[in-house]
Design a binder for this molecule. Structure first.
Ligand code: BES
Ligand code: ZN
Length: 639
């Protein structure tokens, strides 16, 4: 079934290819300002911002902040430069959330125009509060004196006891998707790009880092940062702690607390090869340095692609480089996402799907097809589950519905893996020799721009499909982008290694073998094969706690140091009612804050008659979780 959409129809009819959907729509002269050819017509399509970026756009943010660990606040001044999109713009609307605004001053040509009477809207639970600043004809800069809240969702303040070193406190941020506004007043939409600079004062001997050039301490004890490339607000990032550095090569290195620094540098030692593979496929890395920082375990994600400085969970340091695809992923965002950015979260697949695709291409380049296909197969298993669990079918479209309630709904495996698989599909249809240069050109032609799904479709048509019209039909394409679930044209990742694993576990569960064959074969298994084995238990119905006990005795899953394997095992233990794993699961939940694991573990506990136990553990673990994780788990456990 396909839905005919006028926009697509015109695209495929070969006209209206310049539809100005994106914030960076093609240059068109506005009627009112024919003499100013740089003016663009900008349509506002991000509903998760109050910013009037169709009238005024922030171009630069300067932060001058005290990092105050006692009060758990950032306190100081945000100076904002902007440009007018429409000539009659007389108001600058910024996003804020839980910020204390102390004063707003406006400037023209570097001269003060005075203190201004700004207004703030009542707080919205998701969006926060709009800060409305009236402008005179000449105003080109505003200075906002403000302070963050100790509860800011984008900032986690850790006490010394919550760090590995136990001596100093730690702070780290997480701006994506809507939390930059809890760090500073700004236009919090991926459609707007700004450069930024910052001056930070932190207590000695802590080291502050940002998603920018890392500034050395000056004679006043202040650290100065510069991000000269324009970035969307969700890539603003800060980390402060007792952090040490170890180089990997001349422009790549690792920051971490001392206890894990050596291990992390070893785990991620292949990052330079990943960068090379990426560059070979899609063109130069454009951001100067590329460093990694291993954060404390409460970091709620696997990784976050903050420019020049990807943030990573310590659970990636498994000792065998088995989980480094997350580094490949965050690095790949330096092209897909950070360079070419989704213009609203409805188009999140343009960031995450492209990145998951590139990640897999890089993994294939470094480790070969066998590992790449295993990763595709694991992802596909996850995607099918996610599609089955979707709250409504529209949330399984790549182009997400206008009435999406929260950007959280955009970061499901649909954007990631259905998105990646759409690109696998295109790759298969056009062939790598055409598709690779096409994608490289997409990144190049759209560098430092915000793009929509519709921009991609017209680009695809113009640059690839027009000359190869038989490669795919409109209906096939629409099924991927505007249709639900997994299209029938999806690639089926066939892993021989996984098929063998499935056979071995299947014959053992069926009682057709005593398990010796699996025991022997498993000596050569990688983490991926273990994960497939554990996940595939779902296909055998209720395997029962006796079988789980035998597996645990044979393979010692409980207490495993690989966080992915531990997670997959605990999911089975919860479903199968295998009690001996519970003490260890509690320990896992108390020490790991990565959302991908803990959201599903709490959900499974609740769904399998263990809600009370989950509540008890959560009551103890909650204070150590990141505010983002707290909100999500409160929701899962109906707090
Ligand atoms: N940008 C995401 C993390 C993110 C998503 C932050 C949504 C805030 C809101 C990051 O690039 C990511 O996708 N991380 C994944 C790793 C990946 C290999 C799938 C993760 O954290 O697990
Ligand atoms: Zn990502």
């Amino acid at each position: 079934m396909t839905i005919l959409r006028p926009a697509i129809f015109t695209i495929f009819a070969g006209f209206a290819l310049t539809a100005c959907q994106g914030a960076e729509a093609p240059v068109e002269q506005s009627k009112a300002a024919v003499s100013e050819p740089t003016k663009r017509i900008i349509t506002k399509d991000d509903k998760f911002t109050y910013a009037n970026y169709d009238e005024v756009r922030v171009t630069h943010l300067d932060l001058n902040l005290d990092v105050n660990f006692d009060a758990k606040v950032l306190d100081g001044i945000a100076t904002i430069d902007f440009e007018r999109v429409t000539d009659d713009a007389d108001m600058l609307v910024l996003d804020t959330k839980d910020l204390l605004i102390k004063s707003v001053r406006i400037f023209a040509d570097g001269k003060p125009e005075g203190v201004t009477d700004y207004t703030m809207d009542a707080a919205d639970k998701v969006l926060g509060e709009a800060l409305r600043i009236p402008l005179t004809d000449k105003t080109d800069q505003v200075l906002i004196s403000y302070r963050t809240s100790p509860k800011a969702e984008g900032l986690q303040w850790l006490s010394p006891a919550q760090t590995a070193g136990k001596k100093y406190p730690y702070l780290f941020s997480q701006a994506q998707a809507l939390n930059a506004r809890t760090m500073a007043p700004l236009q919090d939409t991926p459609a707007v790009r700004m450069t930024y600079s910052a001056t930070l004062r932190v207590p000695d001997p802590l080291l502050p880092l940002m998603s920018a050039s890392q500034g050395a301490k000056d004679e006043n004890g202040e650290h100065r940062f510069e991000m000269p490339q324009p970035i969307p607000s969700y890539l603003l990032a800060i980390a402060v702690g007792d952090i040490k550095f170890k180089p990997i090569n001349d422009h790549i290195g690792v920051y971490a607390e001392e206890y894990i620094l050596e291990a992390a540098a070893e785990e991620f030692s292949e990052t330079p090869q990943m960068e090379e593979a990426n560059t070979k496929l899609y063109g130069p890395y454009r951001w100067g340095r590329y460093d990694l920082i291993v954060l404390p375990p409460s970091f709620p994600f696997g990784g976050m692609e903050n420019p020049r400085l990807s943030f990573l969970t310590p659970t990636l340091v498994a000792g065998d480089k088995s989980l480094t695809n997350v580094v490949a992923h965050e690095l790949a965002h330096s092209w897909s996402g950070n360079l070419v950015t989704n213009s609203s979260w409805r188009d999140a697949w343009l960031n995450e799907g492209f990145t998951s695709y590139v990640e897999n291409r890089v993994m294939e380049e470094l480790y070969g097809e066998r590992r790449a296909v295993m990763e595709q197969a694991l992802d596909m298993e996850g995607l099918k589950r996610a599609i089955g669990e979707a709250k409504r079918p529209e949330l399984t479209h790549l182009k997400l519905p206008e009435d999406m309630e929260h950007p959280d709904d955009a970061f499901t495996l649909v954007s990631y893996i259905k998105g990646a698989n759409f690109l696998f599909f295109l790759e298969d249809r056009f062939g790598r020799e055409k598709f690779d240069p096409f994608l490289k050109a997409w990144f190049n032609d759209n560098a430092f721009k915000a793009v929509t799904t519709e921009d991609f479709i017209s680009y695809l048509h113009e640059n690839l499909h027009k000359d190869n019209p038989d490669a795919l039909t409109r209906a096939e394409l629409e099924a991927w982008v505007y249709g639900p679930g997994l299209p029938e044209t999806a690639r089926n990742p066939e892993s021989d290694a996984f098929n063998e694993v499935t056979r071995l576990i299947g014959t053992w569960l069926a009682g057709d073998s005593n398990g010796d064959e699996m025991l022997e074969a498993s000596k050569k298994w990688s983490t991926h094969e273990w994960l497939h084995m554990l996940n595939s238990l779902d296909d055998f119905g209720d395997v029962g706690s006796e079988n789980l006990a035998v597996l645990d005795e044979t393979y010692s899953f409980t207490g495993t140091q690989n966080a992915e394997t531990a997670f997959a095992w605990y999911m089975q233990a919860i479903k199968g009612g295998y009690e001996p794993a519970m003490a260890d699961l509690e320990n896992f939940l108390m020490t790991v804050g990565r959302g991908k694991f803990i959201y599903r573990l709490y959900g499974a506990l609740k769904d399998n008659g263990k809600a009370e136990w989950a509540d008890e553990v959560y009551a103890k673990a909650r204070p150590g979780y990141h505010p983002i994780a707290q909100r999500r788990i409160d929701d899962i456990l109906n707090k």
